[in-house]
Design a protein around this ligand. Structure first.
Ligand SMILES: C[S@@+](CC[C@H](N)C(=O)[O-])C[C@H]1O[C@@H](n2cnc3c(N)ncnc32)[C@H](O)[C@@H]1O
Length: 276
């Protein structure tokens, strides 16, 4: 995260304008992404220049022009300063990740969570990552665990294309198998099961749970992401428990990890559980 915008613009903006500024900016590789409320659109240039001057690594400033949306969870942006490009490269725990910030989903704030998952993977485990995007989870697991095979499924053709580039950039072709397609089509066709299943689709992943659990070995571990209010974490567990019941399976144990703040008292959470 870059510095808070209020600090950056304190000497140029009126107290009323400062009040309207939201948070800071995210730095994805050498691209800064900022939210500018409509009422401050006339100040776009000053905001962009202050961000460019804040960090000499920044080559592009882009503003979010809508929320994450659609099946591919992409983020529309508009370049407001710097070079005219949306492709960049992020280094996360030593892993190189190339992406176009508008055409694929990528959360710069989830690196610590990805590292946590990698630290849980035991030697020789075969891991299935569903909704794998540009492959940050498969690469983190490959680099920081002694996993056996890692299989990843992603539907967005552009994200899959970047995943292929990233696996090559990090020389992980021997341990990661990338599959382009819809989880609903790909997973039922597997003739094997996995020791660990990572489902990275916090807004709607539950609709794929029934199919996904078919790929997990008895006693295997599921990491299921969800968005949940702090007072209702049990609701996320219920989603898993209900699908287990339908499949004639049961939960052996579980825990919750908070891994990203998204609204007041609402977090991206991960339900870690073992399923029999
Ligand atoms: C929240 S993003 C997670 C991306 C990546 N794992 C990460 O952490 O950066 C969810 C991903 O699921 C993909 N997706 C959505 N529906 C899908 C489906 N039916 N089958 C496979 N992938 C899908 C989207 O394109 C998107 O890349």
């Amino acid at each position: 995260m870059g510095r808070r915008l209020k600090q950056l613009l304190a000497s140029q903006f009126s107290p009323e304008e400062l009040q309207l500024l939201v948070g800071g900016y995210d730095l994805v590789g050498d691209i800064a992404i900022v939210i500018i409320p409509e009422s401050l659109d006339v100040k776009e240039r000053e905001i962009a220049e202050a961000i460019l001057a804040d960090n000499n690594r920044i080559r592009v400033v882009a503003k979010r022009s809508a929320h994450y949306s659609g099946e591919f969870r992409t983020l529309p942006v508009k370049i407001i300063a710097g070079e005219n490009r949306l492709e960049t490269e992020v280094i996360e725990f030593g892993i190189r990740l190339r992406l176009n910030i508008e055409q694929v989903y990528f959360s710069i704030r989830s690196g610590g969570e990805r590292r946590r998952i990698a630290s849980l993977v035991r030697s020789g485990e075969n891991v299935l990552v569903l909704f794998s995007g540009i492959a940050p989870y498969p690469l983190m697991i490959s680099r920081y665990s002694r996993a056996g095979e890692i299989v990843a499924v992603e539907k967005n053709p552009i994200a899959h294309h970047y995943a292929e580039i990233n696996v090559k950039l990090n020389k992980r072709e021997n341990s990661i198998k990338l599959i382009h397609g819809d989880v609903e089509d790909i997973v039922p066709a597997f003739s094997r099961r996995f020791d660990r299943l990572v489902m990275v689709y916090p807004k709607g992943g539950e609709q794929f749970l029934y199919t996904a659990l078919g790929a997990l070995k008895p006693g295997g571990t599921l990491h299921f992401y969800d968005m949940q209010h702090l007072d209702s974490l049990e609701l996320s567990l219920e989603k898993v428990r209900n699908v287990c019941k339908k499949r004639g399976q049961s939960l052996l144990d579980f825990s919750f990890t908070l891994c990203g703040h998204c609204a007041p008292r609402t977090h991206r959470i991960c339900v870690d559980c073992r399923i029999k």
